[in-house]
Design a protein around this ligand. Structure first.
Ligand code: CMC
Length: 436
């Protein structure tokens, strides 16, 4: 796919409002829909545009990730997600997302070293964990500890210094597995396992999660590869809610650790990263193939707030390309672990089959998304459901820092400041307490 800039003569769109006609510049990207530039609209017309949920609004220009939701295509810097999932690894994908190009061997080795040698945390940060209840949600711990990194790494919070930005990005990617693993260890009451620089990123993460000091623990390479692929699939997804949160927080000049903590908070919601946890809970609740019709009927009932979790997407109106890789990874993991009959997988496959042939889901173009199969896979690897979103946050950190860096380097970057359609009271006089 060509990534050339559109050099055709500048186009305009015409808007007529208050009996006046305005020519609005139309900007074309390398691929995908063009955008109508309305940045001067308020100045010219004294009117705002209205787009709750940003369904038709491009909030920035980006060169990182491209999605064609109708065709079910996802590209990182031009490379299809399934090719990266098959041939690349998470560290190489991180390099690609951040720098724009696949690394040479020397670049790869240097980057890998820069990440793996910074996986330890300031020892005092470990004390933060004991401030949480043992049953704290790992995402609550992640929000707190990642935000707290800003209090420990003052030498990488000057966002105007490119080197400090690189150091902060490297620290975030390097320390996120350590923080996530420690959040898990804390919840099960086991001692923290320190990172090991001789292991690769995903093997090290699994080791920190599942090893105990009393015996040697060898990570299954097939499971480590599956974990790595899950990280690749989650690494970036253009201007989704959490990435937009990171960009918005960063637009005020906030430091990168604070911005990523904001992204984690946004990711936690069940409509976003929390959906994998919700999807698994739903499969558990359905329990057996016989009960699927009951849940399909509930999902179609407008008076019932229930939705099929792991189905539907704001952008994909086709099969989520990540879901295909995830489904295959799920089967590989279950095979490797010798889980031949997982009742939840049976329910998932039958639910998918029924939903994909149901008129309601066909008409609304609701297809399984990445979260549909990731929960089953992560559960089989040994993670409790509460950890699912934390793993998503770990992987998405790469996308967050790539997008944050791109935003800081963009000369047109300004503080993000949406406007509103005000429908509250107009001015009225204050009434004293005794007269109310
Ligand atoms: N089950 C049943 N009906 C659904 C579902 C669903 N999962 N998703 C959407 N619909 C219906 C919805 O009721 C609406 O119907 P109508 O037009 O008759 O009112 C129509 O489809 C459009 O839905 P919407 O809520 O307006 O679409 P949206 O783009 O605002 O929401 C979504 C996208 C992902 C939040 C939504 O599909 C959803 O809640 N899905 C379940 C949660 C989920 O799996 N989220 C993970 C997203 S992928 C991971 C990530 O990127 O974070």
């Amino acid at each position: 796919m060509s990534i050339e800039r559109d050099n055709r003569p500048k186009r305009t769109a015409t808007l007529t409002t208050n009996d006046q006609t305005h020519a609005l510049p139309v900007m074309s990207g390398s691929v995908g829909p063009s955008v109508i530039d309305i940045s001067n609209l308020y100045g010219e017309t004294h009117q705002f545009t209205y787009d709750p949920g940003f369904t038709s609004t491009a909030s920035c220009e980006s060169k990182i990730t491209y999605i064609d939701g109708e065709a079910g295509i996802l590209l990182y810097r031009g490379y299809p997600i399934d090719e990266l999932a098959e041939h690349s690894n998470f560290i190489e994908t991180a390099y690609l997302l951040i720098t724009g190009e696949l690394p040479t061997q020397t670049e790869y080795d240097e980057f890998n070293h820069a990440i793996m040698d910074h996986s330890m945390m300031h020892e005092q940060l470990l004390e933060f964990f004991s401030g949480f209840r043992r049953d704290a949600h790992p995402m609550a711990i992640m929000c707190g500890v990642v935000g707290a990194l800003s209090a420990f790494y003052h030498d990488s919070t000057d966002i105007n210094d490119a080197h400090q930005r690189f150091v902060a990005s490297r620290r975030l990617i390097a320390k996120m597995p350590t923080i996530a693993a420690m959040a898990y260890k804390y919840s099960v009451g086991q001692p923290f396992v320190y990172p090991r620089n001789d292991l690769d990123y995903s093997t090290d993460f699994l080791h920190m999660c599942f090893a105990v000091p009393t015996q040697e623990y060898k990570v299954d390479p097939i499971i480590a590869r599956a974990m790595d692929r899950i990280f690749i699939l989650h690494a970036d997804h253009e201007q989704n809610a959490s990435t937009s949160t990171v960009r918005l927080a960063g637009s005020s000049g906030a430091n990168p650790f604070a911005c990523v903590a904001a992204g984690i908070a946004c990711l936690w919601g069940p409509a976003h990263g929390g959906a994998n946890e919700a999807a698994l809970n739903m499969l558990r609740e359905i329990g057996s193939i016989e009960r699927i019709p009951e849940f399909i009927a509930r999902a179609k009932d407008h008076d019932d707030p229930f939705r099929l979790m792991g189905f539907g997407h704001r952008v994909y109106k086709n099969y989520d390309p990540r879901a295909r890789v995830m489904q295959q990874t799920c089967h590989e993991v279950l095979n490797e672990l010798g889980i031949e009959d997982d009742p939840m997988l049976d329910v998932a496959m039958e639910l998918e089959r029924i939903a994909l042939s149901d008129d309601y889901f066909i008409e609304k173009k609701l297809y399984p998304n990445i979260d549909f199969y990731s929960g089953i896979t992560l559960k089989a690897i040994g993670f409790p459901t509460t950890m699912f979103t934390a793993l998503f946050a770990l992987a998405r950190t790469v996308g967050w820092v790539a997008q944050w860096n791109e935003m800081i380097e963009d000369p047109s970057q300004r503080i993000g400041r949406p406007r509103q359609l005000y429908s509250g009271y107009t001015e009225r006089d204050y009434v004293s307490l005794k007269s109310r």
